[in-house]
Design a protein around this ligand. Sequence first.
Ligand code: PHE
Length: 455
Amino acid sequence: MSKNKQREHWGSKIGFILAAAGSAVGLGNIWKFPYIAGENGGAAFILVYLICIAIIGLPVLIAEVLMGRTTQRNPVGAFRKLSNSPFWASVGGLGVLAGFVILSFYAVVAGWSFGYIVEAFKGSFSNFSKVGASGDYFTSLTGNIYWIVGYLAVFIALTMSIVYFGVQKGIERASKIMMPLLIVILLILMVRGLTLPGSGKGLEFLLKPDWSHITGQAVLIALGHAFFTLSLGMGAMMTYGSYMSKEDNIPSAALQIVFLDTIIALIAGIAIFTAVFATAENPAVGPGLIFHTLPVVFSKMAGGYIFGILFFILLTIAALTSAISLLEVVIAYFVDERGWKRHNAVITFGFITFLVGIPSALSFNVMSDFKIFGLNFFDFVDFLASNILLPLGGLLISIFVAWIWGFDKALANLKSGAENLFERNFWIVSTWKVFIKYFAPVLIFIVLLNSIGIL
Ligand code: PHE
């Protein structure tokens, strides 16, 4: 079987870092982080979020990449190889399932973003004077099943066309082109935002700490987001780690990924809020900020035509580099464990993801009254994946690495490629031990209880 075939590897260290950062940087950074930070106390929330990233995000990221690199397998194969237990293999299976489910609704929103590039080119945003008008426009676009299903198909096809070419020629090459482009566009948008008259108020909104907002709920939001934004809990980072070689330094790579993810979320927040405040729009609209408010902001802003196009290109690129990591988890499983050919797996499972995405797309129109536990289909799969499957996966991964595989064995593998760190700064490694053994499982467990309404 293909298990014995030579496994593909990243062509370079920076290739892995850009691909993994590409997975991390997505709709979570550009769309979600700015509004949750804005709603939950600005700088105070950002501080709590940074703490969550440091004590949970980074340790779990290291654990996932390490499992992948050690076993050179997809999530199911990785758990199986390290434990020989069907239970733990099924935890990997949960990750593959989560990849599938997340991609199906993620691609719907990413499809809107792609559709908005086209709208921006057509100049559709030039005549919005109020959020109401652009909100109505959004509702009419997403209410059109051809528009919404069509762009879902386009986005999934784009994702498939990258994963189809494999690790080096597909994912790595695409990330090496798209990530620098993303950073350049983001910097242009930030400079544009900062140079608008009145932008200071936006900075203040995002960066002035308001401690009264730091409630238990805000801490849980920060923790949950730390997971989603770093693509943790479903094996995406494990799968990417499985294409790494033993000479690579995992702690240092993980640190760079976390740094890029965090700084990009912050810059996106600055770019968005400076522009929103400079055009006197309401910042506290939550999820609608990007598709309702920003088009109005662009229509009022000098050069808004170009900046609108750039913004939605940015959002689409960010989503695309995340989507390929979601699809790759599924593909790696079928290739490693089931002996499928990559090309066949990509075509088959890309198409199935599209089919599974259709009810999510229809939740905004013909299926809007169809409810599961009081949520429409889109909200339900989003909740299931982001609030249940990812934290559950993260909890089990940290327990597995610290207690089942065993911390000492994990450590021995982590050392490869990071000998310097082990010799000179062993305290960092000891800190990882405490976090992965105790902090991460307990804190993630609390998030999970909160998600299912027990806390
Ligand atoms: N990290 C991505 C984002 O912030 C989402 C994602 C989650 C991607 C899980 C892969 C796996 O948008």
